[in-house]
Design a protein around this ligand. Structure first.
Ligand code: SF4
Length: 408
């Protein structure tokens, strides 16, 4: 990230903190936080059981459920589902538009890049993500719910004007209106929607998504809606998902609720004519869920408690100085570094910034589910150095202590 982008990001984070802090100190949010901590801990402790229940519940709800051991398998399943739909609908392969909503898991499996390589056109429907998509170079997000928080309105106007051949002033409203019109046209051309989810209710066979823009409602009303989610998103019931969504919103935005909470528990259907079940009314004709392991089964449990609010990076001194270089894919900051050990390996976590962390613990203190990221990072450094993955200056200090009894 450029120095001026980091500076803009810091300003946005500073304002965000001012909104979040009063809300998360309220007794209602603190009571919700206690509930969600229990929900997440129990869910991760019982992940395997929930996985088995979810597979059955999705089947009962007429949702196709797939299990992917790793990112490659997830991409293969995704492509097969899309190709089946292309054949069924007799669509020209060169004209496949796919409406996509924001998802860390889709970024984790490089879904957009992979599908574009197959000749498909991916339409980012979230405004921040769409701006990053139009930006082309370095389109990594800097915050889970504010992916373009490092760009000023002038940067965004330049990006939009250049890529859409417009001459808009550097003002938020005309930019939003121009992108909205363009994206709505592209969503109209899409017959497949892909998304992630905030959490999955195993017993109810349902997924829940929180959003403000209304874009997810459009994505999930396409003929085929595919949801890709890590197995760590599983919780027992839809009430648990709602609690998690509310807490995530408070810690991510400083607001008690998003404009929309969508729950998908099956394809579109009606029984309004003689109570006979008819599929395919207004929403998706087919819904498929891909549950992704990709190293999560071997991860330490604390690393999977995360609800994805991003408050850790807002408060992380390292992230505020180096930006999204500190993290792995769209898993930003220290928690992303910790997770990369399981999604990739020890080397992956070193490359994501294992030795950048100051171990200050601000992330843990500001995490709604108290993920002990600093402790996890400290443990991972132990393992990494046993594998010979220490930094050269650290090795030198260690050798000096061993040989001379002094680091110098
Ligand atoms: S412990 Fe590390 S990851 Fe956590 S806030 Fe401090 S520097 Fe950031």
């Amino acid at each position: 990230m450029k120095e001026e982008e980091i500076e803009s990001m810091r300003k946005v984070f500073h304002n965000l903190k001012g909104r979040i802090e009063p809300l998360i100190k309220s007794p209602k949010i603190q009571a919700l936080q206690k509930r969600v901590i229990d929900i997440r801990k129990d869910a991760i402790d019982n992940n395997e059981e929930l996985l088995a229940i979810a597979k059955e519940s999705f089947k009962e709800n007429d949702i196709d459920c797939f299990y992917a051991n790793d990112d490659e398998e997830a991409r293969e399943i995704l492509l097969n589902l899309i190709n089946e739909e292309i054949e069924k609908s007799n669509i020209d392969k060169k004209e496949v538009y796919i409406a996509k909503s924001k998802s860390n898991t889709l970024r984790e499996i490089d879904a957009s890049q992979f599908l574009e390589e197959q000749g498909m056109i991916i339409v980012e429907t979230d405004l921040g993500d769409r701006i990053l998509q139009l930006k082309k170079d370095d389109n990594s997000p800097v915050h889970p719910t504010g992916p373009a928080s490092h760009l000023t309105v002038h940067d965004i106007a330049d990006i939009v004007n250049e890529s859409m051949n417009l001459d808009l002033p550097a003002e938020p409203m005309p930019i939003m209106e121009a992108v909205r019109e363009d994206v709505l046209n592209l969503i109209d051309k899409s017959f497949i929607g892909i998304s992630g989810t905030n959490s999955i209710a195993a017993e109810d066979g349902a997924v829940l998504m929180v959003h403000n823009e209304g874009n997810i409602s459009l994505v999930q009303s396409k003929k085929l809606h595919i949801i890709v989610a890590g197995i760590d998103k599983l919780v027992p019931m839809i009430e648990d998902c709602v609690s998690i969504g509310k807490l995530e919103t408070a810690f991510a935005t400083g607001k008690p609720l998003t404009s929309y909470i969508n729950i998908v528990a099956g394809p579109s259907k009606t029984a309004d004519i003689e109570k006979k079940l008819l599929k395919n009314m207004y929403g998706a004709e087919k819904v498929a869920v891909i549950l992704l392991d990709n190293g999560r089964k071997d991860a330490i449990k604390e690393c999977l408690w995360c609800i994805g609010c991003g408050n850790c990076v807002v408060n992380c001194p390292v992230y505020n100085v180096v930006g999204n270089e500190f993290g792995y894919h769209s898993y930003l900051g220290g928690r992303g570094v910790a997770l990369s050990k399981y999604l990739k390996d020890n080397k992956g976590s070193v490359d994501s910034g294992l030795y950048m962390c100051t171990l200050c613990g601000m992330c843990t203190e500001n995490c709604p589910v108290l993920t002990p990221t600093n402790k996890i990072i400290e443990d991972l450094r132990n393992t990494a150095q046993k594998e010979g993955l220490s930094r050269e200056p650290h090795k030198k200090i260690r050798d000096n202590i061993k040989d001379k009894g002094s680091p110098y």
